[in-house]
Design a protein around this ligand. Structure first.
Ligand code: PXP
Length: 235
């Protein structure tokens, strides 16, 4: 399993004061010194954390960027210009604190099939951020996605309540179905230093995208150590 470090919350903190600290590019450099697959960045429509310039500044470091994005023409245009390593298509509601729930691929499959075509043609890997649901997995395969990223929010909440078995089983069977359809499988959201060990029970997971818990840990131990600790747990 590989790690994608989501650095959005370095930008959240920076934007709280409107200045340059903490410096996102410095954070990206620290993360890139370690054995991670990519830096994950979500360009939200309201630009509440990552700004357009951040993407280009981080790309200049030679980083593989996993761009989380809504399926809108505005962000697609930026993605086609940036040419990140991968994109993860996420649902986006302006009022939400974070990405709540997976994308409804089934409900907009013809739109998404067309939407991802130019990205794929540009050589960008395309992932769908979905709940562990067979209909959404099948729809992701139908539209020609390369990956699914399973939303682990329900699992993470269940873990906190001490009753995660059912949610873990859902993730396992969705991953199995996706792999049988030729999709590669990632996971993310709400994963932390306590619950991440259970991801080893899901066979063939490629990548975990983790942000909030790493940046939170970094407040106390520094970013380098926070990433090192997470890498130890997922390897
Ligand atoms: N993957 C996706 C698609 C996300 O939207 C997010 C949240 O930005 C994450 C992973 C990381 O979630 P967390 O910050 O809870 O680790």
């Amino acid at each position: 399993m590989k790690l994608g470090v989501n650095i959005d919350h370095i930008a959240t903190l920076r934007n709280a004061r409107g200045g340059l600290e903490p410096n996102l590019v410095e954070g990206a450099k620290i993360a890139l010194k370690q054995d991670i697959l990519a830096l994950t960045m979500h360009l939200r429509e309201d630009r509440r954390h990552i700004k357009d310039k951040d993407l280009y500044d981080v790309k200049k470091l030679g980083a593989k960027i996993n761009l989380e994005m809504a399926a809108t023409p505005e962000i697609q245009k930026i993605a086609l210009d940036l040419k990140p390593y991968s994109v993860c298509i996420v649902p986006e509601r302006r009022q939400e604190v974070t990405t709540e729930g997976g994308l409804d691929v089934e409900g907009q499959k013809e739109y998404l099939k067309e939407f991802i075509k130019p990205l794929k043609e540009a050589g960008v890997l395309v992932s769908m951020f979905i709940d562990a649901d067979s209909t959404q997995v099948q729809a992701s395969s139908y539209i020609g996605a390369d990956y699914i990223e399973m939303h682990t929010g329900c699992f993470s909440n269940a873990f906190e309540n001490g009753d995660y078995i059912k949610e873990l089983e859902k993730l396992k069977s969705a991953a199995k179905l996706a792999q049988s359809l030729g999709l590669k499988v990632n996971a993310g959201h709400g994963l932390n230093y306590e619950n991440v060990f259970l991801m080893h029970e899901i066979e063939g997971l490629c990548e975990l995208n983790i942000g909030h818990s790493i940046i939170s840990k970094a407040v106390f131990v520094g970013l380098e150590e926070a990433i090192r600790m997470m890498l130890k747990l997922i390897k």
